[in-house]
Design a binder for this molecule. Structure first.
Ligand code: 0O2
Length: 231
């Protein structure tokens, strides 16, 4: 039976006011939200640390070699929706400790370079730093995904220095060329396109895969030309 048939409007309002809008519920939400907000703030700090490291490397290269290996840096904290979906799909216990341990891409830094060799050079420079610990490395440039996706992914741990403690935070760093980035953002749009038929989806996926190979060949050619110019 529907709740509307059991109570009149006035009674329903009263139930909502006394329960769903009660002070005790608001206190409960506040108490439980605070530690979550604090953790997200720590991830923001870790992003700042990693971004600064890449900016420093870029500045040094600009000074020494008169060129900038980094075209752009984009960072993000994983959205609540995407975080909840991951917790659900992986069946992770809903505690902050287990979220922190199991979800390694809450903080994400994407570094876009013009040339493929700069990706590896920047990754090596970052990983050589004393305070960086490599947790995982996936090279989707050497081993592209079946759909054509290319990028170098690093999960690293970086310390953040707080008022009275040092905390190690995990950050996912994605390094890719402009061409790989262009491809990934188009392919990302396709993933969320629910209105296409299976045939259309298969046709576009095949074309995208072809584009990934063409753009990888272009990246390689441009790299070779740059190497000939700068030798
Ligand atoms: P968003 O919105 O970018 O955060 P894991 O992330 O550990 O659960 P997986 O698949 O092993 O699982 O991680 P992987 O392969 O390192 O990829 C993680 C991220 O890389 C994705 O994050 C994307 O940003 C990017 N990525 C990986 N594969 C593809 C791909 O085929 N196409 C595109 N466009 N991007 C890809 P999220 O969580 O999917 O999304």
């Amino acid at each position: 039976m529907n709740i509307e048939h059991l109570f009149n409007q006035e009674t329903r309002d009263q139930i909502i006011r006394n329960n769903l809008m009660s002070d005790s519920l608001l206190d409960y939400i506040k108490k439980n939200k605070e530690p979550f907000d604090t953790l997200m703030c720590y991830y923001e700090c870790a992003i700042m640390e990693i971004e600064t490291k890449f900016k420093v490397l870029d500045a040094e290269f600009s000074l020494q070699y008169d060129r900038n290996p980094i075209e752009s840096i984009r960072s993000r904290i994983k959205s609540m929706e995407s975080l909840v979906k991951k917790i659900r799909s992986r069946n992770i216990p809903i505690t902050l400790k287990s979220i922190e341990e199991n979800i390694t891409d809450i903080a994400g830094v994407r570094v876009v370079c013009a040339f493929p060799e700069d990706i590896y050079m920047l990754a090596d420079c970052l990983l050589r730093q004393d305070d960086i610990k490599l947790i995982a490395r996936k090279d989707y440039i050497q081993n592209p995904k079946e759909n054509g996706y290319r990028s170098l992914h690093l999960i690293v741990e970086v310390p953040i220095f707080l008022k009275s403690e040092t905390r190690l935070m995990k950050v996912e760093v994605q390094l890719r060329t402009i061409a790989m980035d262009f491809w990934a953002s188009l392919e990302h749009k396709l993933r969320y396109k629910k209105s296409l038929s299976d045939d259309q989806m298969a046709e576009i996926s095949a074309e995208l895969k072809e584009c990934a190979e063409t753009s990888a060949a272009l990246d390689k050619k441009m790299q070779e030309i740059r190497n000939r110019i700068t030798v």
